[in-house]
Design a protein around this ligand. Structure first.
Ligand code: ZN
Length: 339
């Protein structure tokens, strides 16, 4: 099943570890590298640039200083270093990975089997409130913007991770946040609401003309993490023609919110089923969080993606529905947004 994935953190993993690019190109010990992608029929995905992680490694990812803001200049330096890393991966991959800037380039990758990388920022801290940095980032290939990670910034407020919790924490988008959404609409850049709090979500829903995208989130009704979406939010995503990338992170899937890899793949599949029921099956897609979160043992790297589709088959998804979840729904939403 050829798959497009809405979220990976491989650029952050390589950047934070100071690792060489061969550990991606030839294979390493993370969740995502080129051989694992090819083995798992991963056709492409959003490659996140996550400016200045407040934690090193992933030992205690949920114990972050929620109020810590990151300055624009330091975030921009960090962001550009990871953007350059993606460009280096492209040029060193001998055609096996390509940065895609539009639907025609995505389709060309699907045609010839190159891994399609969509450049995404997870938290817009590198952009100042006047949006002056957007031009350069767009030129470098940026086609998706997550307004906030789980911390406040100049544009909005992300949700903290504390479990259980409501996504309705903190105020909505700032004036600069509204302007960022409109500017992304104008340029045909995806606006991603994953990590954004609920008031920010509704502001995006009101302001944005594009289909709503939650690149890596699950259903709050099944796992009461603030990172997940309420049924009202899911309905709004479905009504907009958008999608939710189902997140494989065990702490956003399990009913008890535990960060425990001893978690069956059915725990992820049921989130896909819930989103299909509430938002429609055309709103269900994938957003793994590879290299950014704790995966179930059975999904220890991207080569095991077929096992997840098997788990979704077992709870009743048809082959047509799975094709949409794997690839078709992301392709439709990206095409509609990029134009
Ligand atoms: Zn994330």
């Amino acid at each position: 099943m050829r798959t497009f994935d809405g979220h990976n953190d491989v650029l952050s993993r390589l950047h934070e570890a100071g690792a060489g690019n061969t550990s991606f190109l030839e294979g390493g010990d993370g969740h995502l590298d080129l051989p694992a992608a090819q083995a798992g029929q991963l056709a492409g995905g959003l490659f996140a640039v996550f400016p200045l992680s407040p934690f090193r490694g992933h030992d205690a990812p949920f114990e972050v200083d929620y109020d810590r803001r990151v300055g624009q200049e330091e975030a921009a330096a960090d962001t550009l270093a990871m953007v350059r890393r993606l460009h280096d991966l492209e040029s060193e991959s001998d055609g096996a990975l390509r940065i895609v800037r539009g639907s025609d380039e995505l389709d060309a990758c699907l045609e010839d089997g190159a891994l399609a990388a969509v450049l995404h920022v997870e938290g817009a801290e590198a952009i100042s409130p006047g949006l002056g940095e957007l031009d350069e980032l767009y030129e470098l290939g940026l086609r998706s913007v997550g307004i906030a990670w789980s911390r406040p910034n100049a544009f909005g407020h992300g949700v903290p991770f504390s479990f259980p919790g409501s996504p309705d924490q903190g105020p909505g988008l700032t004036r600069a946040g509204h302007a960022l959404v409109l500017e992304c609409n104008q340029r045909g850049v995806v606006v991603d609401v994953s990590h954004l709090n609920e008031r920010g979500f509704w502001d995006v829903a009101r302001v944005s003309e594009a289909p709503l995208v939650a690149s890596h989130s699950n259903a709050h009704a099944l796992c009461a993490s603030p990172r997940n979406l309420t049924d009202d939010q899911l309905r709004a995503v479905g009504a907009s023609g958008g999608l939710v990338g189902i997140n494989f992170c065990v702490a956003f899937a399990r009913e008890d919110g535990a960060d425990d890899p001893d978690t069956p793949l059915s725990a992820i599949a049921v989130h896909a089923a819930h989103v299909a029921e509430v938002a429609g099956v055309d709103a269900v897609a994938l957003g793994s969080d590879f290299d950014g979160a704790t995966m179930p043992h059975a999904l220890s790297d991207a080569s095991h993606l077929p096992a997840l589709f098997e788990a979704m088959r077992e709870i009743g998804f048809t082959e047509d529905e799975l094709a949409g979840i794997a690839l078709g729904n992301w392709r439709r939403v990206l095409a509609a947004t990029w134009e």
